[in-house]
Design a protein around this ligand. Structure first.
Ligand code: NAD
Length: 496
């Protein structure tokens, strides 16, 4: 694989990428970092530097949090709720007008195929923003019956200043999962994108200002997790942290947030089981199982990284998955026919290739893929491991790459034991024509989402998240409205 881009070409994102430096967004202005330092962002498909980005530190976080606090106490919270919704809708319109530019930025920065960003990331971000814009003037409390001499009711108030910490696998979409509900509820936000993929956030942040978002309502501080992320988590004037990332960092966030009892919601990892019984439609199930692990090069928290197959059809499913993996079109993300791009970074590539070695050493059978392709760009051929035992590391640990472990099971009880037998609980899939069996599975699966005879769908109207190493709390739907508001009880004495 050898791809090279000429970044001076007149493409929709050319003007943005030509900037000498991508700056922080604080209090409605683009500013250099307090230290004046920058870091580089690479295109994972070519390893070319595509941007120099301001590297924030504690001083920048202080300035951003102060701006967010002023905006919270000032224009955003006091604005008519409907007006907040209108500004968010205007932002969605502006994003759509700049779709080509944003899609190109996301594809170059994250190595995502343009076709996938157009089909998934971008429309999902717009859908999320539009959905929560509609919520802005529909957040309400209740009148509650208590005593004859009292009027008692609840109101829902915004939690305040929110720190949103975002990973690199779906920068635009997951960023919007946090921004849209927080802003709709009347909170203000300091966002920290992942260092590897900060660009789309910076661009959409500028468009938010154009849409009329008052200064300070959305601030973006780019930079390392250890400085910017930790400063946000430890900051005494941040009221809530919403985080998506790894369980290790999530654990640290819970500890850091304890200082001033910040509200915390965490979306963490997964090792989701996609369970295929012998009466399933094997063609559809195998196709969905391949998409379930190889989409976004397996860098998906809910990837179906364990495919559990009943013994009678095990060999057939391994064969079908192997054939599908070999046929996936990998290549230049800018080519609309490309289905599989590179993984995000050299570090991630090495970690995935290490897991392929571990799988081999554990005695699993690699039926296809698992190799670096070319010597420029972080491309890995999609890998299928057969003869995987439940105890193996490749069956227990999140690889976060295009590697699937195919595990044999005997019966329903065996399938459940294996499916529920990891530290994670984000999602699970089940394939069978027996409706009793799939419903029994859905009841007993330890998973925040269960897919029946399908895999991988999400919708902002449905709750999303898991427990244990998969996280704490839920995003999406009404759950997110509850995340970003606090109920207040009001008691009025009617006898005065
Ligand atoms: P990560 O935890 O390394 O980083 C996530 C974000 O946290 C980044 O912005 C990073 O800069 C920041 N960060 C790093 N150290 C920090 C610290 N000490 N304090 C505060 N912030 C810090 O994870 P990643 O490598 O970016 O993403 C991969 C992981 O995210 C995987 O485990 C994956 O399963 C998980 N993930 C989960 C979901 C979900 O919805 N459950 C979605 C996407 C990714």
């Amino acid at each position: 694989m050898s791809i090279a881009y000429d970044y001076s070409r007149e493409t929709p994102a050319a003007a943005f990428l030509a900037r000498p430096q991508q700056q922080l967004l604080i209090d409605g202005r683009r500013v250099a970092s307090a230290s004046g330092r920058t870091f580089k962002s690479l295109n994972p498909a070519t390893e070319q530097v595509i941007a120099k980005i301001a590297e924030g530190n504690e001083a920048d976080v202080d300035a951003a949090v102060a701006a967010a606090r002023r905006a919270f106490e000032g224009p955003w919270r006091t604005m008519r709720a409907a007006e907040r919704g209108h500004i968010l809708l205007k932002w969605a319109e502006l994003l759509k007008q700049h779709a080509d530019e944003i899609v190109e930025i996301e594809s170059l920065d994250a190595g995502k195929p343009v076709a996938a960003v157009l089909r998934q990331d971008f429309p999902a971000a717009i859908d999320t923003l539009t959905y929560y814009a509609g919520w802005a003037d529909k957040i309400s409390g209740d009148v509650v019956s208590t005593r004859e001499d009292a009027l008692t009711y609840t109101v829902r108030e915004p939690v305040g200043v929110v720190a949103a910490i975002v990973p690199w696998n779906f920068p635009l979409m997951i960023g919007m999962w946090k921004l849209a509900p927080a802003l709709a509820c009347g909170c203000t936000v300091v966002m920290k994108p992942a260092e590897l993929t900060s660009l789309s956030a910076l661009r959409i942040g500028e468009l938010a200002l154009e849409a009329g978002l008052p200064p300070g309502v959305l601030n973006i501080v780019t930079g390392p997790g250890r400085t910017v992320g930790e400063a946000l988590v430890n900051h005494p004037d941040v009221d809530k942290v919403t985080f998506t990332g790894s369980p290790g960092v999530g654990r640290g966030i819970m500890k850091g947030a304890a200082g001033n009892f910040k509200r915390v919601s965490l979306e963490l990892g997964g090792k989701s089981a996609n369970v295929i019984f012998d009466d399933a439609d094997l063609d559809t199930a195998s196709k969905a199982a391949a998409a379930g692990i190889f989409f976004n090069a397996g860098q998906v928290c809910s990837a179906g990284s364990r495919v559990l197959v009943q013994e009678a059809v095990y060999d057939e499913v391994v064969e079908r998955l192997t054939a599908r993996a070999g046929a996936i079109r990998m290549g230049d993300p800018a080519d609309r026919a490309t289905a599989l791009g590179p993984v995000i970074s050299e570090k991630q590539m090495k970690s995935i290739l290490d897991y392929v070695d571990i799988g081999r050493k554990e005695g699993a059978l690699l039926t296809t893929g698992g190799e670096r392709v070319g010597n420029r760009g972080y491309f890995i051929s999609p890998a299928v491991f057969a003869n995987v035992r439940h105890e193996m590391r490749i069956s227990q640990e999140e690889i976060f790459g295009p590697v699937v472990s195919v595990i044999k099971f005997k019966d329903e009880a065996d399938a459940l034991r294996i499916a529920n037998g990891t530290a994670y609980s984000l999602a699970a899939g089940v394939w069978s024509r027996d409706m009793g069996r799939v419903q029994r599975f859905a009841k007993k699966a330890r998973a925040g989402t269960v897919w029946i005879n399908t895999y991988g769908y999400t919708d902002v109207r449905l709750p999303w998240g898991g427990e244990r190493d998969s996280g704490l709390g839920r995003e999406h739907g009404t759950a997110a409205i509850e995340n970003f508001t606090e109920p207040k009880a009001v008691w009025m004495n009617l006898n005065v």
